[in-house]
Design a protein around this ligand. Sequence first.
Ligand SMILES: C[S@@+](CC[C@H](N)C(=O)[O-])C[C@H]1O[C@@H](n2cnc3c(N)ncnc32)[C@H](O)[C@@H]1O
Length: 264
Amino acid sequence: MACYLEKPACRIKKMLSIDQWHERYRQQAEWTYAARQRAYQLSGIGSAADILDVGSGTGALEEELNCLTEARVTCLDISRDNLFYHHGKSHGTLVNADGQHLPFRNNCFDVSLFQYVLLWLHDPLAALREMKRVTRPNGYVVALAEPDYAHRIDNPKEMEPYSRMQREALIKQGANPDIGSSLGDLFFTAGLQIIEVGLTGGAWHSGEPTEHTNLEWLVTQADLGSLVSTTELAHMRGVSDLSFLQGRRVAYLPVFYAVGRVTV
Ligand SMILES: C[S@@+](CC[C@H](N)C(=O)[O-])C[C@H]1O[C@@H](n2cnc3c(N)ncnc32)[C@H](O)[C@@H]1O
């Protein structure tokens, strides 16, 4: 099966199975649940008839959208593997295409949304302009979650170098890991009327590592595998697990959302 992503990202993707990626996308969606509900509310998603999910991945959002709205949902992704993963489970239309060149006529969706996608695009502005083009006047373009790794907060401070390395690893994979804080500028430049730009919150509890922690480390391992030794990775995990146990671990990655209206 062809993989259209850049080579380093492709290599990292293959280090986890598609089931593990789906779990990862669901985990990320849980972290951003509250901000997403806010963005849904601001964009009147409940009364939408046609929704476009750009970079829909393995369909982590589709079930939620189907619960919230009666709308027809079109899921578009450049990866056929990801689209095929939710083929059969999906009630909507699946489209294999590039979000920077949408294969739709003008004004055919009420809401065009995306989550953790803009950071992977060569030309995020082109994608926003395309979403604006295919969204009806008075409809909405919605960024549900885009990170800003440059402003990540870590405690204990011993974890900071590893966070920096994770950011570098994403850059090597072809991503712009800091794009979140530019959402306002990008929406403005794309000609959208900005309704709100906001951030997800965060809360950490003391406790033993969970299945989620293990998945998080699988992704870290895939990201940092070529940059740090196995011993260093094991040390980093030890520091992180202990500080979680003690209740002093903070790992705050600012993740932004933005809601923009298409004006007449
Ligand atoms: C981190 S995943 C997020 C998936 C999903 N939005 C979610 O939150 O679960 C990024 C997705 O963007 C897709 N993607 C990357 N570049 C793309 C492009 N140019 N056009 C459409 N989708 C793209 C990837 O294939 C992947 O499925």
